[in-house]
Design a protein around this ligand. Structure first.
Ligand code: AMP
Length: 179
């Protein structure tokens, strides 16, 4: 039996604030300490690398999925417990998601947003019931929340869309919600 798997979507860059990398490291450590398995994009760059290295250092299980064409760019981390190489980005997202019990989004860019919105829209359509958390490090995701509030206010989504995502301020709060 595999343990609870937490899928982490996050930036392939470190970002400008030290808190971003620090929180990624803190999350990796917490995942291992909780006996959970990390599912992520198998890169060794930016926040992705930080969360994976910390989970490994804590003795946690790691499951990474990377497409062939990003092996060099994102420095494919082949020493993970499970290392899956896919042909396409779509396969990567699918394999990550189907191996996860819950999703958390750390600060990141367009890639993290793509992954977040895919999980959110699938949830909106009733295709899954996996919880989706935004780890709102130093308010990083406040503009995203404002955009989604705007979308609801302008009549392009039901207010229930907000029920499918939860913002948490820090790693301790996230782990308490998952526990
Ligand atoms: P970013 O948040 O832009 O730093 O990207 C975070 C991660 O998402 C990186 O590993 C990207 O390669 C990945 N990514 C970006 N777009 C996609 C996509 N369409 N499908 C799967 N992964 C993606």
């Amino acid at each position: 039996m595999s343990s609870f798997s937490l899928c982490v979507y996050c930036g392939a860059r470190p970002g400008t604030q030290p808190a971003y990398m620090a929180t990624a490291t803190e999350l990796g450590t917490a995942i291992a300490a909780a006996g959970m398995r990390l599912v992520y994009g198998a890169g060794d760059v930016g926040l992705m690398g930080a969360v994976a290295r910390a989970a490994q250092a804590g003795g946690g299980a790691t499951f990474g999925v990377i497409p062939t064409h990003l092996m060099q760019i994102e420095v494919g981390k082949a020493d993970l417990s499970t290392f899956v190489v896919t042909e396409t980005m779509h396969e990567r997202k699918k394999v990550m998601f189907m191996n996860a019990d819950a999703v958390v989004v750390l600060p990141g860019g367009a890639g993290s947003l793509d992954e977040f919105f895919e999980a959110l829209t699938w949830r909106q359509l009733g295709l899954h019931e996996k919880p989706i958390y935004l780890l709102n490090v130093d308010g990083y995701w406040d503009p995203l929340r404002a955009l989604i509030d705007h979308i609801v206010a302008q009549g392009f989504a039901d207010a229930t869309l907000l029920d499918f995502m939860e913002s948490v301020p820090d790693v301790d709060t996230l782990m308490a919600r998952l526990g």
